[in-house]
Design a protein around this ligand. Structure first.
Ligand code: ADP
Length: 363
C-alpha cells in the first residue's frame, strides 16, 4: 500500500489538446479516491498518467516518497482494472489471474496460493477452470479485479470498471468493490462518470470538468457545500434546481415571488445583487405559508414523489417524502429549507458562503 502525491500534473497530447491542467492531490495510504466528471473531462488521462501509460507533460508524481514521474509503468507497482476487463480469451480464469505472476517467474506454490486467496475473496473458486466467455459480465469483472489483486500492488487503479454492466449488476458490483476495499484497505483511484458511484464508493471525490479540478472533498462536503455551479449541478440526482433571483430587503426576489434569504445579506455583501439560488429537490418543502409551485408532472417513486412544475415561472423539481397525487395544474405551496439553500455568484458561478448553510460533518 502507498500514499501518492500528484503535483501540478499537466497533459498536452501530441495534437496540442490539453487534457489536464495543473492537477494537485495528495492521497493517503489506504484511501479510496474517485475522479468523477463528464466524458472528456480528463479523468482517464489523469489515471493513465498515474499508471505510466501516458507521459506526464509537466508536474511530478510521487508514490510512497519516490518520484516516479519518469518511471516505466512496470516499475510503479500499480495494477489497473479496465472497463472492458481485457481478459485473455484463450486462458482459463485461473490462468488469467496467474498470468502476471508467471511472467514475473514467481514460484508455482506462491502463484497458486495467491490465485486461490483472490478467488476465495471474490467468490470465483468454482469458476477457475472456465474461459472468460463462459462467465457473466459481473464474473468477468471480478476476474479482472482478481488479476490485479494477486499482484499485491501498491495502488489499484480502476477506469470505469462497471460501465459495461447492466444497472442491477452495476449496483451489486459497486457494493462488492466497497466491501473489497474495506477488507484490503488498498490505496485506490477510481474513475467514473457516474456521480452515484462517486458518492457511494469514495473516501474523497475529485470533481473534474474540462481538464480542471473543480472541487475535492468528502462526499458529504460536495453534496452539502458544492464550491461552484458545476459541482452543484453534477452531484445529486435529480439535480439541484437553479433559479435566478435578486437579493432585496432580506428576501430573494424571483421576479415578484419572494422567499426569505437565509442569513444576513448585508453582512456578506449580497444586498441588491443578482444571484443564482440553488436548492435540491428534497430541500423544497411543502409549506402552506410558502410560494406557489404549479404542478406539471407528478411522479411517485414509492417512498418519495417527484413533483415537477413551475415556481415563479421557472422549471423546478421538488422531492416530497410521501406519496402525492397532484394533477397537472394543481398548485402546492412550498418554501426552501433555509439551512440548505445555496447562493452562487451569477458572473463567476462560485458559491457564496451564506450564513446558516448547513455545514457537512467533519468540515
Ligand atoms: P475522460 O476520461 O474524462 O472521458 P479523457 O481523459 O479520455 O477524458 O480525455 C480528455 C481529453 O483528451 C478529451 O478531449 C479527449 O478527446 C482528449 N484525448 C484523450 N486521449 C487522447 C489522445 N491519445 N490524443 C489526443 N487527445 C486525446
Amino acid at each position: 500500500m502507498a500514499s501518492l502525491s500528484l503535483k501540478g500534473l499537466n497533459k498536452i497530447y501530441d495534437n496540442k489538446v490539453q487534457a489536464v491542467f495543473d492537477f494537485n492531490l495528495d492521497i493517503e495510504d489506504g484511501e479510496f479516491v474517485v475522479l468523477v466528471g463528464p466524458s472528456g473531462c480528463g479523468k482517464s488521462t489523469t489515471l493513465r498518467m498515474i499508471a505510466g501509460l501516458e507521459e506526464i507533460t509537466a508536474g511530478t508524481l510521487v508514490i510512497d516518497g519516490n518520484d516516479v514521474t519518469e518511471a516505466a509503468a512496470k516499475n510503479r507497482d500499480i495494477a489497473m482494472v479496465f472497463q472492458n476487463y481485457a481478459l485473455y480469451a484463450h486462458m482459463t480464469v485461473y490462468e488469467n489471474m496467474a498470468f502476471s505472476l508467471m511472467l514475473r517467474k514467481e514460484d508455482q506454490d506462491i502463484i497458486h496460493e495467491k490465485v486461490m486467496e483472490a478467488a476465495e475473496i471474490l467468490g470465483l473458486v468454482d469458476q477457475l477452470g472456465k474461459k472468460p466467455k463462459q462467465l457473466s459480465g459481473g464474473q468477468r469483472q471480478r476476474v479482472a479485479v482478481g488479476r490485479a489483486m494477486v499482484r499485491n500492488p501498491k495502488v489499484f487503479l480502476f477506469d470505469e470498471p462497471l460501465s459495461n454492466l447492466d444497472a442491477q449488476l452495476r449496483g451489486s458490483m459497486r457494493r462488492e468493490l466497497k466491501l473489497l476495499h474495506n477488507k484490503l484497505k488498498a490505496t485506490t483511484i477510481y474513475v467514473t462518470h457516474d456521480q452515484i458511484e462517486a458518492l457511494t464508493l469514495a473516501d474523497r471525490i475529485v470533481v473534474m470538468n474540462e481538464g480542471r479540478v473543480q472541487q475535492i472533498g468528502k462526499p458529504a462536503q460536495l453534496y452539502d457545500n458544492p464550491a461552484n455551479l458545476f459541482v452543484a449541478s453534477f452531484i445529486g440526482l435529480p439535480p439541484m434546481n437553479f433559479l435566478e433571483a435578486r437579493t432585496d430587503g432580506g428576501d430573494f426576489d424571483f421576479g415578484g415571488v419572494r422567499l426569505p434569504f437565509p442569513g444576513n445579506m448585508v453582512k456578506i455583501g449580497l444586498k441588491g445583487k443578482n444571484v443564482i439560488v440553488g436548492v435540491r429537490p428534497e430541500d423544497i418543502l411543502p409549506n402552506p405559508d410558502g410560494v406557489p409551485l404549479k404542478v406539471v408532472i407528478n411522479e411517485n417513486l414509492g417512498q418519495n414523489t417527484l413533483v415537477h412544475g413551475f415556481l415563479a415561472g421557472k422549471r423546478v423539481t421538488a422531492k416530497f417524502r410521501r406519496w402525492c397525487d397532484y394533477k397537472q395544474g394543481d398548485v402546492v405551496n412550498v418554501s426552501f429549507d433555509q439551512e440548505k439553500t445555496h447562493v452562487f455568484d451569477k458572473e463567476t458561478g462560485m458559491a457564496v458562503p451564506v450564513v446558516g448553510l448547513r455545514r457537512a460533518l467533519d468540515v
